[in-house]
Ligand binder design. Structure first.
Ligand code: GDP
Length: 278
């Protein structure tokens, strides 16, 4: 069923047709770096899009359970560990738009009694992560270096710290939120933080290479503003939802590197799109 978050009528029509029990709003321009170049479009979908969806839901599917994908980027400059009560200080148009979406979801929950929950998800990764993100850029680079296709990779800030978890675990948490009697806000994270440098070190180490020989820095991958330290405290999700992440940092890195190596070793199994940047 086609639907566009900037077109209210299309949302109403889609909800009428689908008669949903659960609505998961994951739609956004979600690349932090790109949001500086496309700030208006990022706000149009990430902030107002949520409002349009909630407003449509109010009339077309008021009994449905709603999930809003909030993000740890909303914490911005406030250092970790971060939980549901931590002060927000967004550092990008993406984060500012998401914070609007976060608060407007709470407004519709308290104002109109909708079953609307938010998940403040920390970075969640998997083998199908887009190449725009640093984890995939590194694991894809490791595979291409290992195969002898390229000599090195270029990154920006190596000191930034992120709480990286496995996307599969996090999607389970989203679903759990919508099975609760009452809607609420939850931090979903591993509780463990690592620098970009540590991620690169672990990824190269997994194939027996020393990252220092293959990772170079380039100014063009630095951001105008940076979020230095994300480290979530998932205690509330653990206590109320019974959720804990199953995949560790090391397992996640290994899973992503192995998948990228397999992709280049068996190119015929994978689409042209995957291979176009060899
Ligand atoms: P984000 O946390 O949603 O912004 O996820 P990203 O994977 O895009 O970025 C995580 C961190 O890695 C940020 O602090 C970036 O500044 C840093 N980083 C360093 N080099 C790169 C790079 O080449 N690409 C990206 N995307 N991020 C980089």
């Amino acid at each position: 069923i086609p639907m566009d978050l900037i077109d209210q009528t299309s949302i109403m029509a889609a909800l009428k047709k689908a008669e949903p029990d659960e609505i998961y709003n994951l739609a956004a321009q979600s690349f932090v770096g790109v949001s500086f170049d496309e700030a208006i479009a990022t706000g149009e979908v990430g902030a107002l899009g949520v409002t349009r969806l909630l407003d449509s839901m109010r009339f077309m599917a008021p009994k449905a359970h709603f999930y809003q994908a909030s993000t740890s980027e909303m914490y911005g400059l406030t250092p970790g560990p971060q939980d549901e009560m931590t002060r927000f200080a967004p550092q990008s148009p993406y984060a500012a738009a998401k914070l609007y979406g976060h608060w407007v979801t709470q407004n519709y929950r308290t104002g109109y009694g909708l079953h609307a929950s938010t998940g403040i998800l920390f970075n969640h990764e998997s083998p199908i992560r887009g190449i725009e993100f640093v984890t995939k850029k590194i694991t894809d680079g490791v595979a291409r270096i290992k195969m002898g296709y390229i000599p090195e990779i270029y990154l920006g800030n190596l000191d930034a710290k992120r709480d990286w978890g496995f996307a599969g675990d996090y999607v389970e948490a989203m679903w759990m939120m919508l099975q609760q009697k009452n809607p609420d806000d939850y931090v979903i994270a591993t509780g463990e933080t690592h620098s970009v440098r540590e991620f690169a070190e672990a990824a190269f180490e997994h194939v027996g290479l020393d990252w220092k020989k293959y990772v170079k820095q380039k100014q063009e991958f630095m951001r105008p503003l940076e979020v230095p330290h994300l480290e979530g405290n998932p205690a509330k999700a653990k206590e109320k939802l019974g959720w804990t992440p199953k995949v560790s940092f090391k397992e996640l890195v290994a899973m992503m590197v192995d998948a990228d190596i397999e992709k280049y070793q068996n190119p015929t199994k994978h689409s042209e799109q995957f291979l176009k940047h060899i």
